[in-house]
Design a protein around this ligand. Structure first.
Ligand SMILES: Cc1ncc(COP(=O)(O)O)c(C=O)c1O
Length: 356
């Protein structure tokens, strides 16, 4: 059975070494030594001045929205995981959807500009979907001109570089998810990253109830993460470059085997990618459903990621986004993992090609 993803697990002995240390210190959570070590190492690796480890990628977004004091209309992408929209509504904001660029499937500055003219906007929250990106510099410029913060949901973008610089250096604040299905994971986990020290202090404070000992300075939440999760991150981090290499090889093999009428998803050429997903686009939803059925018969389970377009979620009343709605109906993420074999990829590709 092959699913869209398979969580990486290191050799158990590597993790047990950390568990033995936790048993020694009895420090299980609350800013323990492994959390601090992980924050230091990932902050360096991702080239950000403030790396704040939190309990998941959803709370990372909530903390960013709360710390920035966002309210009212927020421009956002309709092509992402539901968490990107949910957090806005959960935090009392109104999502205004900006349609995506039909190639990168991310929002670009021109569409932000035209949508923004129609509404009074207090912030932008968009996604580096599949670890890809739009015109980041122009988006930054636009957010400066508009005087509003720019949040990037970088749940898919661990380790991605744009023009040689960590992608998490763009925007006012970026978040990441370290969920078990991600290219780097801490079982559950996430991060908020920013080079704005004042904002980072605020986020650190509200991550932990808004108090330090007897000093109650803010209304906070519990967004902390534990030593056990940090330990998994420290072990997995040592495997990241090997995992990325394997996924790159698998993606290149898919590239060589899948041919027209499959439409390949194109990444920005200035990106150093992380190979987090392998999406393909069909010419129609009907063909997607037919191919999916053939794969299911062979116990291969790709995922309609992302479907539906978020503006069409039954829980959301969103404005029309033609490109996102169209792509959502035709895009499918194929299995990709740290140990997927050449044999698996050849089999998946040949089922797809022969069922077209
Ligand atoms: C784009 C995007 N944003 C946010 C999240 C939420 O992250 P988490 O599952 O760590 O809460 C996900 C999770 O898959 C995601 O894909």
């Amino acid at each position: 059975m092959l699913h869209v993803t398979k969580s990486f697990l290191p050799d158990l002995k590597e993790y047990v070494k950390y568990l033995e240390k936790i048993w020694g210190t009895h420090h299980l959570t609350n800013d323990g030594p492994f959390v601090k070590e992980l924050e230091y190492k990932l902050g360096e690796f991702l080239e950000v001045e403030n790396f704040i480890f939190v309990s998941n990628g959803t709370i990372a977004l909530q903390l960013a929205i709360k710390a920035l004091g966002l309210s009212g209309n927020i421009l956002t992408t309709p092509f992402s995981y539901c968490a990107t929209t949910n957090v806005l509504i959960w935090e009392g904001c109104t999502p205004i959807f900006v349609d995506i660029d039909p190639v990168s499937l991310t929002v670009n500055s021109a569409q932000i500009k035209s949508t923004a003219q129609l509404n009074s906007i207090s912030g932008i929250l968009t996604t580096h979907v599949y670890g890809n990106c739009g015109d980041l510099e122009k988006q930054e410029l636009l957010s400066e001109e508009m005087g509003i913060p720019l949040i990037y949901d970088g749940a898919h973008a661990f380790g991605v570089k744009y023009k040689g610089k960590s992608i998490f250096n763009y925007g006012t604040v970026s978040t990441c998810s370290f969920h078990a299905t991600k290219v780097f994971h801490t079982i559950e986990g996430g991060a908020v990253m920013t080079n704005d020290h004042k904002l980072a202090d605020k986020i650190r404070g509200i991550r932990s109830f808004g108090h330090k000992n007897d000093d109650y300075f803010d209304i906070g939440i519990n967004g902390k993460n534990s030593e056990f999760h940090a330990a998994m991150g420290l072990v997995n981090f040592d495997h990241f470059s090997k995992i990325k290499k394997h996924r790159e090889g698998a993606s290149l093999l898919y590239d060589s085997l899948l041919k027209e009428p499959i439409i390949k998803y194109l990444y920005n050429t200035e990106l150093d990618r992380n190979y987090s997903y392998y999406p393909i686009i069909f010419t129609s939803e009907e063909i997607l459903l037919h191919v999916t059925e053939k794969l299911h018969v062979n116990q291969i389970y790709p995922r309609r990621y992302f479907y539906p377009s978020l503006n069409n979620l039954p829980t959301v009343s969103g404005n029309v986004c033609i490109n996102s709605e169209d792509i959502s109906r035709r895009i499918l993420c194929l299995p990709l993992s740290a140990d997927i074999t050449e044999h698996d990829i050849i089999k998946i590709s040949s089922i797809i090609m022969s069922s077209l």
